[in-house]
Write a protein that binds this ligand. Structure first.
Ligand SMILES: [Zn+2]
Ligand SMILES: [Zn+2]
Length: 135
């Protein structure tokens, strides 16, 4: 499906083609630290299907990933929104795009939870919590 997104301030904009079946959640401790929350929702985009439309993301080389892989984390230099991760180098094969930046996010339901060994113990209990319409 066609997807497109922006960071919170709008400085970064992109479009891509992605398979909704690749939507996933990552519970790794790096994602917890870099989002400031409990987990991250991602979708996989093959590099030829990703197009940056506006802005230049700041790149941070993450060297301590739980996976042992080095990853480039790309985020907006103005508002800090995480936009995608890739492999280091000039021609990364895949962009791991952050679902929260996408206009189509309501259509993208995660199909798998990765790194569940480091999931916060309460993530399975969210359905039982009281629900407020606003914060
Ligand atoms: Zn921004
Ligand atoms: Zn992660």
């Amino acid at each position: 499906m066609r997807i497109d997104g922006t960071c919170h301030c709008g400085a970064i904009a992109f479009e891509a083609e992605a398979d909704p079946a690749t939507a996933s959640i990552c519970h790794c401790t790096d994602c917890q630290a870099m989002t400031g929350t409990a987990f991250r929702a991602n979708i996989r985009v093959e590099a030829p299907n990703f197009r940056l439309l506006r802005g230049t993301p700041t790149r941070y080389l993450k060297t301590t990933a739980d996976s042992g892989n080095h990853r480039i984390q790309s985020f907006c230099p103005t508002c800090g929104t995480p936009v995608y991760a890739t492999a280091p180098g000039d021609n990364p094969p895949v962009y791991t795009v952050r679902i929260g930046t996408l206009r189509q996010r309501e259509q993208l339901t995660p199909k798998v939870q990765n790194w569940f060994t480091s999931a916060r113990p309460w993530v399975t209990e969210l359905g039982a919590l009281p629900r407020n319409a606003k914060g």
